[in-house]
Structures are given as structure tokens and as C-alpha cells.
Design a protein around this ligand. Sequence first.
Ligand code: ASP
Ligand code: MG
Length: 427
Amino acid sequence: MIQPLVYKFGGASIKDAKAIKNIAALLKKRWTNGLVMVISAAGDTTDRLENLIDLALQQKSFDKELIQLLDFHEDICRGLFQPGHGIFARVDNQFAQLRRTLENLAIKEDSDFFYDQVIGYGELISTRIVQEYLCESGLACLWQDARELVRTDSQTKMAKVDWALTMQYCRRALFPKLEKYPVVTQGFIGTDLLGNTTTLGREGSDFTAAIMGVSLGASAVTIWKDVAGILNGDPDIFPDAVKFEYLDFEEAAEMTYYGAKVIHPKTIKPLAKHGIPLYVKSFVNPDAPGTVIGSFGQAPRIPITIFKSQLTLIELRILDLSMIGSFHFEMIYEVAKKLNWRIQLVQASAAHISILINDIPVTAEQLAKPFREIFRVKSKAGLKMITVKNPTDAERTHYRKVAENLLLEQDSPELIQWVYEEYSPEA
Ligand code: ASP
Ligand code: MG
């Protein structure tokens, strides 16, 4: 019986011919039956497809942008294959289909459904190129349409996985193939019961890797990235960030909740539930150990700093003299649920509640409306938050100093959060 293993490669790892050659070299040293490679769209293809979708929906010409995207992919192919290779025709063919979908569906369908039918082309095309190149390099492998494996409901842009069906389809389709060859498949896409393409949300390929890992009972899932592993802060914002060798599932899940962008938030829970370790490794330096996320019990209490932006603070002050009670919380959570708010933080005192949510595209007026009868409402959008887990006195002093217009502070021995109008690390 083979032991499945899942590797996920993101857009940056296959952004040009050189990057794909690097992936092939990395794989050559690790090639084994049982390997499932989950692959994203090349480079910034998904952003470019979003742009094409916008243009098509506005009935504007998208010719130039579509040709540029084709050029980008042909360029990759030219760097990998001899002229006249069959891959050029296959990529052309995919682009012809993409063009037809853009032309025909944009007028007829609702825009989010249309989005789902178009956006997955990035993955469908990139996986063809990578699979073909691996085969040419002596790494024989199969191409698998992920839509035959990942079954979802019909919610557009953020479909929910039907785990029972997906597990069944993954096992049935993949086990016989993996006995003979490794498999290349797409991240991010699935199908609903009607056979329409669905998507798992932007950056959803990490989640696909977890879905495959859990479905197949993989020994591990590895996400190959352009960073050394998981750091205790975003190195662009916190230059002194250090890498974790080990990280507990719980700690990693919390980090993604507070805004760390290393892994897609939905990835960790299913892996933790099934005890499948998640490796985050560098495709630039593949022999380095990276970070392993697993169940280690007592994790080291290293300070972890997470930066998050695009937040809105809503401040509610009770109008009459009744004090805050469970009724008020119920009301707030009901509104939050109905309007799909993502609550980041709640703070309450006798007559006052502050709620921090992700920015949403509504005016302050609209935001205030559901609360007006009971509260005086103030809100402010575009805010930033710093979260420090396991803070020491050094972080406490530092982040209070760099605060510009500190709007809210939450401080407990395990966690500190500051909400700022501006955050300037140089201050
Ligand atoms: N290509 C998709 C995106 O960029 C999915 C992914 O890369 O995870 O959002
Ligand atoms: Mg991506």
C-alpha cells in the first residue's frame, strides 16, 4: 500500500520557466509514488483573470489583457519546451475556451457565478504546463482535474466542501493512480452537485492541499513557499522576525486568525483534526528544515507579532441609563451574522461596547443604522491592528511607543492587541 504525501506549490513557485525548473529539480530529489502535487495559477494570473472578468462584465474589450495573459503563459512554455511542442496547442486551446467563456457567459449569468466559471482557468492551464514539463524531465506523472475530486455546495466564490463526498471521490480516483504515478492537480477549484465549477476563496489552494491530505490519510502536507518557514512576524514589517522550527496547530490557527498571511486560515483545522503534520518549506532552499506545524503539546512561548490592516472600529454607547447586558451582545452578534461581519475583537464596559471588524464596503451611516435606537454610534474604517501573542515587556513598551492615535488596547498576560490609526515602525 502506498503512503500518500501532498505538496502544494503556489503562484510564486511557478511564476516563470526558471521557477518551474527549480520545482522540477526539487521534486527529482523527493520523487515517490503517492505524491500529490496541488498547484496554483502561475504568478499573478488569478489577479489578471479577475481583471478580465471585470472588463467582460462591464462589456468592455478585454482583448489586449487576454493576449497579454496568453503571452505570459507562452513565454513560460518557450522557456521549457522546444518550438512546436504539443503544449503550445494545448495552452492555445485552453485560452480559446477561456475567451468563449468570457464572451458568452458575461451577459447571461450572475456575476459571481460567472467569476467561478472563469477564475479557475489559471490553475487548469498552469497544471497542464507543469505536468507536461515534469514528464519531459523524466518525472512521469498524471494530470487530474480537481473538480472531479473536490465536491462542494453551490455557494459562489467561497464554496463549502462536502467532506464525505470529497473523501470518497479522492480515494476512489487517486489511490489507483498513485499506485503507478504521482499526480498533479489544481488548487482552489471544485464542483457542485450540478457539475458547475466552484471556488474555495482567494488563496484557497492551501486548503485544497489540506483537503487532499485528509482525504487520502497522507503522512504529511508540505506547502512550498518563498519564505524560510513561519516567522514570528511578517519580515517586511518586523525585520527582526525569527523562524519557528516547530509550531503547534493551535498557535498556527490563532496566528492566521489574527491576520498572519502565511497559510490560508481554513487549512489548519482539518489537518489538526486528523493529526497530519503541515510543513512550510522554502522552494528557494528546499533542503532547509522550514517549519513543521503539529501537535507538540507545550509549544515554546516565543512572542509572535501579527499585523493586520483594513479594519473598522464601531463604538456603541448606550443611550439610556441601562447598563450593557446580554441582550445587547445578542443584538450585536445577530447583526454581525446577518451582515456577514468578521469580528476581530470586542471590548465592553458598563455603558460602552467596541467592536472591531474587517472593513466592509458601506458608509458610516449604513453601519450605524441597525444600532441607532439603542446606541450612539461612531465608526472609523481603514484602521490597523498589532497583535502580540506571548508578549514580553519589550513588546509592551515598544508598541505603545510607536502607536499613533492608539484607539483601543487589550492587554492580558498571553495576548496584547492595539488598534491604531497609523502604525509607523520607525517612530
Ligand atoms: N490562484 C488562487 C489565488 O491566487 C488560489 C491560490 O493561489 O491559492 O487566489
Ligand atoms: Mg496565489
